[in-house]
Design a protein around this ligand. Structure first.
Ligand SMILES: C[S@@+](CC[C@H](N)C(=O)[O-])C[C@H]1O[C@@H](n2cnc3c(N)ncnc32)[C@H](O)[C@@H]1O
Length: 354
């Protein structure tokens, strides 16, 4: 299948998403990766011997090959710390290593159905990639092939707006070049600050989590410990599941009323970002009121945002605006914790001293 939305090159780096992190972890944990790492820390480490034994058994290396491999690894390791700050130096070093032993050329990877990188097929750069992963350096790879299911998923996203546009960021290198509608680092920073100051990140729930980026951001930064999430849109749910499953979060495919009707877990914080206005637009006012009451009962802190009032909203919400309506239903005052300039909306919290 020919891609119309794919890019040829992607950058693999620490922290650019669960898919990259998984690949880097495998590289650091493979026998060669552990041998390189140990050789840096301790040139006599037994893992080196284990690696050389593997070369002898697995690749049929003779004594001369083993001696060559030993020196090659020593050289590589001796140069790793020296070139730690120089990506070019590192690439040259390892590139030279490959040219001598096998062949030069771009490092290439396949992308599997779930967007992860295929570790079983790295034809021309596994040692280079592994060494760069050990050194914590970003590297570019040529994407040789993408699984049809992954292409299909990207096509579905492309089809929503007819262009490379996503509402929330998706932490995968394939989406680096896509326009993000609600990048929102400003709002994430305000939310993060509130959660840290109020120490309310123990067990959180993200309602209408979209592609899971808010929880991803807070999990990767260590602001929250555990989380639940739900969204009623199938595609959003699928992406959120892929983004969050490496961090132990399994979002539910559910609408808000059904989610709160099933189960009665309590949360330190519940987020409903850019969502409360959807409630009043799709549910009858009694249901929206009941939903807000249940949410407030089920958490210590509730974080939500405002939206411009619409004529089509129920009178009870239109009269004082969204935030006032939430306060009235919750019988609690809110505090403004930030402003989202991208969408020109205040961000509010009910909880703590409010
Ligand atoms: C405007 S987006 C906001 C996404 C995210 N909370 C944010 O602030 O970036 C609304 C999201 O909520 C989901 N959604 C809207 N109404 C919902 C409902 N009643 N139950 C569950 N999800 C809902 C949509 O599918 C969409 O992903």
């Amino acid at each position: 299948m020919k891609t119309i939305v794919g890019d040829e090159w992607v950058t693999i780096a620490d922290g650019n998403g669960p898919w990259s992190d998984k690949l880097l972890k495998s590289m650091r944990e493979c026998l060669f990766g552990r041998a390189v790492k140990s050789a840096i820390d301790d040139p006599e480490a037994p893992i080196l011997q284990e690696y050389l034994d593997y070369c002898r058994r697995g690749h049929g290396y003779n004594d001369a090959n083993i001696e060559f491999e030993k020196n090659r690894l020593r050289e590589l390791c001796a140069n790793l710390p020296k070139n730690y700050d120089s990506r070019a130096g590192m690439l040259l070093d390892v590139h030279e290593d490959r040219r001598r032993t096998v062949r030069s050329g771009p490092m290439s990877l396949n992308i599997l159905a779930d967007g992860s990188f295929d570790m079983s097929y790295i034809p021309d750069g596994n040692h280079r990639m592994t060494s760069l992963a050990i050194a914590g350096m970003p590297f570019n790879v040529l994407i040789a092939d993408r699984a049809p299911e992954w292409e299909q998923l990207k096509q579905s996203l492309y089809g929503i707006w007819g262009r490379k546009y996503i509402y929330q960021p998706i932490p995968h290198p394939d989406f680096d070049s896509w326009e993000v509608g609600h990048g929102g680092n400003e709002r994430f920073a305000a939310i993060e600050e509130y959660v840290r100051v109020n120490d309310c990140g123990g067990n959180v729930l993200d309602c209408g989590c979209n592609y899971g980026y808010l929880l991803y951001y807070l999990l990767v930064n260590g602001t929250i410990e555990s989380a639940d999430a739900f969204d009623f849109a199938a595609l959003a749910h699928k992406i959120a599941s892929m983004v969050l499953s490496p961090y132990g979060v399994s979002p539910a495919l559910s609408d808000a009323i059904a989610f709160f009707a099933n189960g009665n877990d309590r949360y330190s914080t519940i987020f409903a970002m850019s969502l409360v206005y959807h409630f009043v637009e799709i549910y009858p006012i009694e249901k929206s009121t009941q939903l807000i009451k249940v949410i407030i009962e089920r958490c210590e802190h509730f974080i939500f945002d405002d939206a411009p009032t619409k004529d089509t909203w129920p009178e009870a919400v239109k009269s004082g605006g969204l935030v006032k309506w939430v306060e009235k239903v919750a019988c609690r005052k809110s505090i403004k914790i930030g402003h989202d300039t991208e969408f020109n909306r205040g961000i509010f919290a009910i909880g703590g001293d409010s």
